[in-house]
Each structure stands twice: as structure tokens, then as C-alpha cells.
Design a binder for this molecule. Sequence first.
Ligand code: URA
Length: 280
Amino acid sequence: MIEADPRLEGPVQLLRWYADAGVDEAIGEQPINRYVSRGPSQPAAPAPPAQPVPAPIAAAPVSIVRETLPQVPPAVAEGSATHIAQAAHTVAELKAAVESFTGCGLKQFASRTVFADGNPEARIMFIGEAPGADEDRQGLPFVGVSGKLLDRMLGSVGLSRTENAYITNIVFWRPPGNRAPTDEEIAACLPFVQRHIELVDPAVLVFVGGMSAKTLLAKPLGITKLRGRWYEYETPGLSRPIPAMALFHPAYLLRSPQQKRFAWRDLLAIKQKLNETPVV
Ligand code: URA
């Protein structure tokens, strides 16, 4: 015969008493928010008296909005961006123009404008996608985990942002939650990106990731199709086309390390093109 464990007597009697009283489910009348932290010694707040449920109201915007921007229709924003961008005659003027531009909706969610990093006199310019959380905090492109990998990739072919490489993105503000920028947001920034390329006037352009490649080459193809071959990037403000290649994004390489061999091949081709292109 199995003997009753005397330690269970109290809890078992309590459960019997609950059952006799008709309590047959382990849930309360009031929901409890267990995510609200209370100090260890603070008792739970007493449940408020039942109130009539108010009619639902529209949710207030989350308080991360730092600057309320005027609602500029995308076409107007693009048009004025072109004028503002073309009026910049140096990289420093363009940076100031981007910082005061209010035609891209991303700006209102961002902490900082992420314009560029590296040497604007460099013969090679890298254009990535969009700033992430680290970039938003520091105001510089590619400073997070994928940026560290990009630095190692550049280092493997003798390039460095502190010396002979220049880095930017196709949008200058972090999309909330790291979502992909919309077509409108990319279009609003594009005149500045195009002017940026004209002012830096590099010998070789590298599009880092599919979004940057697809946008600047105006080709509706994925990065797997676009990478590894040479294109000619042209804008009216450049006296000659610039050889351009697309590279797998380092964030993708971190997720798919088996693709690094293709990135390595592309980096070697980029370095060779840089060596072959005459200094003008
Ligand atoms: N990814 C990008 O494409 N750009 C950055 O600046 C950071 C991460």
C-alpha cells in the first residue's frame, strides 16, 4: 500500500476545499499583467473597481517621433531634392543639404542622419542599403556587426575607410525596426545619392547588397543575378561612365557564410579593376 505523504496534506485539503466550492479552473476574474515589474517588497496593487469600458480610441503615436515633418507628397519631395542636391558643389555642402532635408519620411523616426564615412577623395566608393541601430546611434554607416565584416572584407584587398575607401548608403536614415526602405523613401534620397557619386567621382563604384544595386543600376534583378559582373554607372553630371560591381551584403554573408567565396572572387575583381583604372 502507498502511504500518503504528510507534506501534501495541506495543499490537497485546500484543493478539495476549492473543488467543493465549485472552483474548477485555475484562472482569476481579472487579468494580471505579469510583465509589469514590481519591487520585491511592493504588494500587488488592488484591482480597480469595475469601470464601464470606454469606446476604443485611435492609438497615440509612439513617443520615438523626434521631429514632426511636413507631409510632402513624394513627387514634390523628389523634385525639390533634385534641386537641393544639384546646388551642392562639395561633399560638405551635400552633407549639410541632406541634414536639413525634410522630404524623406524616415527622418522623423531616426536619431541621426547617417551620411558617409571614409575618405571622400578615395578612388573607390561603396554604397550600402540603410543604416541600422548602431549606425543610427553613431551617425556613421556600417559600424555594427555587418560593418565589422565589411571592414575585414575591405582589409583583405588592401582597402580601409580610414585611408582609401569611402562608404555611404542609398538612404540616410534608419528605417524603423530595420525594415526595408520603401520605394518612396529610396526615391526621396536618390537625387542626393546620385549627386554624392558625382561629387566623389570615384574610379570604381561598389553596390553593397541587392537594394543598392537594383536601385542604382535600375535593374529589377536580385543580387545573385547582379553580382560578379561589371556595369557602367552613368549620370549626366559625370564626364564618363564609372565601372560598377555589386557585392553580397555582409549581413547576408553572416547568415550564409558559404557565399563568402563569391564575395572573395568579386573583391579580387574589384581590386584588379581599381589597379587597372588610370588615375585621372
Ligand atoms: N547595412 C547597410 O546597408 N548600411 C549600413 O550602414 C549598415 C548596415
